[in-house]
Design a protein around this ligand. Structure first.
Ligand SMILES: [Zn+2]
Ligand SMILES: [Zn+2]
Length: 266
């Protein structure tokens, strides 16, 4: 039985992947990864991820500014990106959020542009892909404040507690699990993954980062999402086929995609 997988969060246009992007996409296809969401992190990168999505079947894009780049944003920058959002290949605004771990942009500036990009997404009627690191309480507060306008979205690379998981689930979010689910010390995360409703779970690589076992230490790529799928299957007492099927269907639903549109242009 062949499996079909989705990598709901990849960065195919970063310098770590760009030089052999075609080979990376070929290996993804060989591994059954038929849908990849190519996630934007900056102004120029958002244009690039969409251009890449236009060139390859099975790819979709998100556009947005990562909290690391928040300090470089100026008024008018989001408006300049707005025409891109009209492309049906753009399935979400992201990744946006807060990162108080690396703090590459000041906290208040991150919060400002997180709110601005949420408003932007609401105006465009798009779901959001959220990055949060060491900033869960602040992220939740901002999302809860705009609860009435939220159309849902994805908490990417989820690594929080069950209490935090429940708060994001209550807001209508999907929780996306990445390579760390496979790490030996991630027992607490696997316990959380065991409790999340099956129809709210997504899988991702966040490549080129966060490579799952057994490839940890190497550059990550979408083909490796199978390792996280296998781990999720084990955690949930499912076969790999069942875990793949379930998360595939969730990915389509989360991003408003139809299977025939993804596979039709293969
Ligand atoms: Zn991220
Ligand atoms: Zn990312």
């Amino acid at each position: 039985m062949t499996i079909r997988l989705a990598d709901t969060h990849a960065h195919l246009d970063l310098p770590e992947i760009l030089p052999d992007q075609d080979a990376v996409l070929h290996r993804a296809r060989e591994a059954g990864v038929d849908l990849i969401i190519n996630v934007g992190i900056g102004l120029q990168n958002s244009r690039q991820v969409l251009a890449t999505a236009r060139q390859h079947p099975g790819l979709r894009a998100t556009i947005g500014i990562h909290p690391h780049a928040a300090a470089s944003l100026q008024e008018g920058d989001l408006e300049a990106l707005t025409p891109l959002a009209a492309d049906p290949l753009v399935v979400a605004i992201g990744e946006i959020g807060l990162d108080f771990y690396r703090r590459r942009s000041p906290e208040e500036i991150q919060k400002h542009w997180f709110r601005q990009q949420l408003e932007w997404a609401f105006g465009l009627k798009k779901i959001v892909v959220i990055h949060t690191r060491e900033a869960t309480a602040a992220t939740l507060k901002i999302l809860q404040d705009s609860r009435s306008q939220l159309r849902g979205g994805v908490m990417h690379c989820f690594g929080g507690s069950w209490q935090e998981a429940r708060a994001f689930l209550d807001l209508g979010f999907y929780l996306s699990f990445a390579g760390p689910l496979t790490y030996p010390k991630a027992e607490a995360l696997r316990e959380v993954a065991q409790k999340v409703p099956l129809d709210r779970i997504l899988l991702e690589t966040d490549c080129p980062y966060l490579t799952p076992q057994p490839w940890r230490g190497k550059r990550n790529e979408p083909a490796y999402v199978v390792a996280t799928a296998r781990q999720m299957a084990e955690v949930r007492g499912l076969s790999l086929e069942e875990a793949a099927r379930g998360t595939w269907e969730n990915s389509l639903r989360a991003f408003g995609l139809k299977e025939k549109d993804i596979l039709g242009n293969v």
